[in-house]
Design a binder for this molecule. Structure first.
Ligand code: SIN
Length: 523
């Protein structure tokens, strides 16, 4: 019998930008934040280099930002969501500034704005070049640590949700220590999922290892509706040095004029898109992928655009190069396309509510309709901020009273199962090989069979089942979408399609039915 604890706190699962920003916004409601790592470590937000997209310049407008978001999203962005999010961007930048985020400012106080791909103007609010994620998170962590209404449970993993009558009632928690603990059930007042996306399901990714479809998988297994799962964004300029995860060379470098070349010195974006290096991310990622596949060794050349200034202007990129023996002042940086952001996720409505009762979702785990088939650069942190506040307001409206809930004391006992590392490696391998930048029917069927086999061999490890659930949703969604659209490129369906398309809506049950049928047919 599993040990059960009760709390009147609002339970936030995930401690990235969305989770912490929502926790602060929920004051004075008592909140508990579940963080699989020490606060600030292990969250994708802290690794974000570019920054937050927001129309802060006099010459820019939320309407122009929304238009870019819609255009780049390849026909399936929800226009209302795009207008709503972009019109709230400025307010959240000002709020983050008030919370202590040290955005780069000019001598006259204007926000310094980076140019990133497919934005019609420079629009990305940044910190010291490539330090936005880490600096914003540091500012929020300081506030969270000082907030009496917030309790943080660090090194604690959420591995399952339980429902009664279609509403979430409890979350299953385990110690994140390597050997794991027996699960403890925490019954809470309301639940907000803010636990990131799925990049770690891929062998080649820019995401921290903990960001591997856990949250989407656990919600799907509990019955939540999932949208647009097939749309995974690949970043064109992960640094190709064999590190796992792969370090990122921010798109802002191309905004500064860095060029994409191959081993023959050819600018391979020539002729592929009028904006060349600043074409929409899906187009650049495919070009880089094809260069790699053809053995042409794609590289990012920052020499003329930045030279030695790279060290002070983009310290994270510089350090990644230095620790791998690369000198970007004299040599171009080898790059590869790597899984970076999951545009699909748990379906949410305009209040951030999932299809299950008492469950809200913000950030990369959600699918709000903002990103469509191809996210506009630096709209990810923006969406997390906007929907964190929307979710907090909706939770407070639903749970209007403010009980004085004491802090939770968790004691984990022995009895958990360690994650199956070989199976995780195999899962990541099949995702990169068969559900990556370029997909086809046969490869997607192979991936679904591989996932089924790995899951059958490891039926008692909830965190692995969550990973397999999300992997199944991505592969089944990609198999069902018989077109090439945005980041979803099918070798067997020529793209891009004309005009608007449809968002996909599914459930774990439907994806499993597809997987079961395929494994039956092929074995
Ligand atoms: C980057 O800095 O290139 C990544 C920004 C983003 O993914 O939004």
């Amino acid at each position: 019998m599993r040990h059960t604890l009760y709390t009147d706190r609002i339970v936030i699962i995930g401690a990235g930008l969305g989770g912490l920003y929502a926790a602060l916004a929920l004051a004075p409601r008592r909140v508990v934040v579940i963080s699989p790592d020490a606060l600030g470590a292990g969250a994708s937000s802290a690794w974000a280099q570019g920054g937050v997209a927001a129309a802060m310049a006099q010459t820019d407008s939320p309407a122009a930002h929304a238009a870019d978001t819609i255009r780049v999203g390849a026909g399936i962005v929800d226009r209302d969501v795009a207008h709503r999010v972009t019109s709230l961007a400025r307010e959240h930048i000002l709020n983050l500034t008030a919370l202590g985020a040290p955005f780069d400012r000019s001598a006259t106080g204007e926000y310094v704005l980076s140019r990133e791909a497919a934005h019609s103007v420079a629009r990305v609010v940044r910190v010291q070049g490539d330090q936005a994620g880490a600096a914003i998170m540091a500012a929020l962590i300081e506030k969270v640590r000082a907030a009496p209404h917030i309790q943080v449970l660090e090194r604690t993993m959420a591995v399952g949700l339980e429902t009664e009558a279609g509403a979430v009632t409890s979350v299953s928690l385990q110690s994140a220590a390597p050997d794991r603990s027996a699960p403890v059930r925490l019954r809470g007042r309301a639940f907000l999922l803010a636990g990131g996306g799925s990049g770690g399901l891929y062998a080649l990714t820019t995401n921290p290892p903990q960001i591997c479809g856990q949250v989407i998988g656990m919600a799907a297994r509990a019955g939540a509706q999932i949208s647009d799962a097939e749309f995974v964004q690949f970043h064109p300029t992960a640094i190709d040095v064999g590190e796992d995860p792969a370090p990122l060379a921010t798109e802002a470098l191309r905004g500064e004029g860095a060029l994409l070349i191959n081993a023959c010195g050819e600018r391979f974006m020539d002729g592929l898109h009028p904006d060349r290096e600043l074409a929409p991310r899906d187009i650049v990622a495919r070009a880089v992928y094809q260069q790699t596949r053809d053995g042409k060794r794609p590289m990012l050349d920052t020499r003329a655009a930045l030279g030695g200034r790279l060290q002070s202007l983009y310290p994270a990129v510089w350090q990644a190069c230095m620790r791998n023996g690369l000198n970007p002042v004299t040599h171009p940086i080898p790059v590869v396309a790597a899984a970076h952001y999951h545009m699909g996720g748990i379906t949410t409505n305009s209040e951030g509510k999932a299809s299950l009762g008492n469950l809200w979702v913000c950030g990369e785990a959600s699918s709000t309709g903002l990103h469509g088939a191809n996210r506009l650069a630096s709209n990810g942190l923006l969406e997390a901020l906007v929907y964190a506040r929307i979710c907090a307001n909706s939770i407070m409206a639903t749970h209007a009273d403010c009980p004085d809930a004491p802090e939770i004391t968790l004691r984990f006992g022995h009895g958990g199962t360690a994650p199956p590392l070989d199976a995780i490696r195999a899962l990541r391998h099949t995702m990169t090989r068969n559900v990556g930048v370029l997909r086809d029917h046969a490869g997607l069927q192979r991936a679904l069979c591989d996932i089924a086999r790995l899951e059958t061999a490891n039926p008692h490890v909830p965190e692995f089942l969550n990973m397999c659930a999300t992997a199944t949703l991505i592969a089944a969604g990609a198999r069902a979408r018989c077109e090439s659209r945005g980041a979803h490129e099918r070798a067997d369906f020529a793209g891009p399609p004309e005009g608007r398309g449809h968002r996909s809506i599914t459930t774990f049950t439907a994806a499993m039915a597809q997987r079961d049928q395929i494994t039956k047919d092929l074995t």
